[in-house]
Ligand binder design. Structure first.
Ligand code: GUN
Ligand code: FE
Length: 427
């Protein structure tokens, strides 16, 4: 049996809200049956008999959540960054994704992706695969073995796509998707998510058919929204009669409410679209590196947070070059500062507390009670060793956490736990 009752000792940091960062230096976090049973300065008597992982002076945070990443694109990260969205998709992305029709290639590429994700600080992720059913199942198998919890989507696309990466018809796309759904019921950690690529790639008929599957199986949905200005103009042309991009999903019931939904980017959402997302509880995956690399713009994330909307962070590999959610946090702050200074003084920059919240509890909410050490939260934890980031004086835990957001890499990750289970730990 795998042990799910124990105590962590160390410097424990987590968010209660976007303003409130809770830090207990030299404290205790208790895991009972895989759930957090509180954080304490002094360990209550009732827990004294539990085994203790003594992480001494290390920093302990909830696992990081990547709300938007494309597994097949990991193979070309850091390459082909000189184009904007539509040209980038046609020139680089679709060409690479087509290779996943070859299961041998998919196996090699997904081994690398799964291993690197396992070794990262990410404990939960929402992942796009490709249109290929077999390769998507293979990705799910490989991710299942890592112990990470993730949603994975077989991508749907039946128009405006090159012949070599376009589904035969809406009917065939639906049929393949249902077959994939039925074959993906056996996983413990990995769940399916409906994944219409974005409106330009999906006919009305396809979205209607996917809406049927969503209702039949009660599935969540992930897609892209209002990322790039030319894309938005294109959607207007493709969908006459809709008043905004969000409506192209909403008219098929694929936009929040009873359909848990993540929309990546939301860089250029208008007021009506924003208000609909807020009302219907649509999650926004903010992907700052991707938005910089593809010259998409900078999303007004602070405004979304102030409106009480649901916001998490995404790496959006390969438009983003890195799987590191630490990097996404730092870039979210940096991009928000440039947006404010150069473009719109009405939206002030993000704070360190806010990006840490988005990377943990903000995105974690999509998975339930995830992303915090508050009582009852699933025990996802990452232990950070910053001893190699040498410093001449003793820093506070808050200073060290802030520094890790900017400086952490894999060398700093000493242990990772998901839902109370160990993924890896040093020694
Ligand atoms: N919109 C549709 N497909 C994609 C994709 O693969 N990456 C990004 N960044 N945007 C998209
Ligand atoms: Fe994306």
């Amino acid at each position: 049996m795998i042990m799910k009752n124990y105590v962590f000792k160390g410097n424990i940091c987590y968010s209660e809200s976007r303003e409130e960062l809770c830090i207990t230096e030299n404290g205790y976090a208790v895991c009972e049956d895989g759930r957090c049973a509180g954080v304490y300065d002094t360990l209550p008597k009732e827990y004294e008999t539990l085994p203790c992982y003594n992480y001494e002076d290390k920093i302990i945070i909830p696992g990081l959540v990547d709300l938007h990443v494309h597994a097949p694109q990991y193979a070309f990260r850091g390459m082909g960054m000189d184009l904007e969205l539509i040209d980038w998709l046609n020139t680089h992305t679709f060409v690479e994704e087509a290779r996943y029709g070859d299961l041998e290639y998919a196996g090699e590429a997904y081994d690398i992706f799964a291993e690197d994700l396992k070794n990262s600080a990410t404990t939960r992720a929402c992942i796009f695969a490709t249109i290929h059913t077999q390769a998507t199942l293979l990705l799910m198998e490989k991710l299942e073995e890592t112990g990470i919890k993730a949603y994975v989507g077989k991508v749907n696309m039946d128009r405006n796509s090159p012949e070599y990466l376009c589904e035969e018809s809406a009917e065939k796309s639906e049929k393949d998707t249902e077959e994939w759904l039925l074959k993906s019921q056996g996983f413990k950690n990995i769940k399916p998510v409906l994944t219409p690529r974005f409106t330009p790639s999906c006919t009305d008929e396809l979205l209607e058919r996917l809406s049927g599957l969503q209702k039949k199986y009660g599935l969540p949905v992930q897609s892209h929204l209002s990322e790039n200005l030319d894309e938005i103009d294109w959607v207007k042309e493709l969908c006459p009669g809709t008043s905004h991009y969000g409506e192209t999903y909403d008219r098929y019931g694929l936009f929040g409410n009873s359909c848990p939904t993540i929309m990546a980017h939301c860089v250029h959402c208008g007021e009506e679209e924003t208000e609909l997302m807020r009302r219907q509880g649509v999650f926004i995956a903010h992907c700052p590196e991707s938005n910089a690399n593809l010259s998409s713009g900078v999303a007004p994330v602070k405004r979304y947070l102030e409106k009480g909307m649901k916001v998490g962070l995404g790496t959006d590999v390969a438009a983003g070059s890195s799987l590191s959610v630490f990097k996404a946090m730092a870039l979210a702050v940096q991009c928000s500062k440039l947006r404010w200074r150069l473009y719109d003084q009405s939206v002030v920059p993000l704070t360190m507390e806010e990006v840490f919240f988005m990377a943990t509890k903000g995105g974690g909410e999509f998975f339930g009670n995830v992303g915090s050490f508050e009582e009852g939260y699933e025990f996802d934890a990452v232990v950070l060793d910053d001893s190699m980031l040498r410093h001449p004086r003793k820093l506070s835990a808050k200073e060290r956490l802030e520094r890790l957001i900017y400086l952490a890499d894999e060398r700093c990750i000493a242990a990772k736990f998901v839902d109370g289970q160990v993924i890896f730990r040093e020694s």
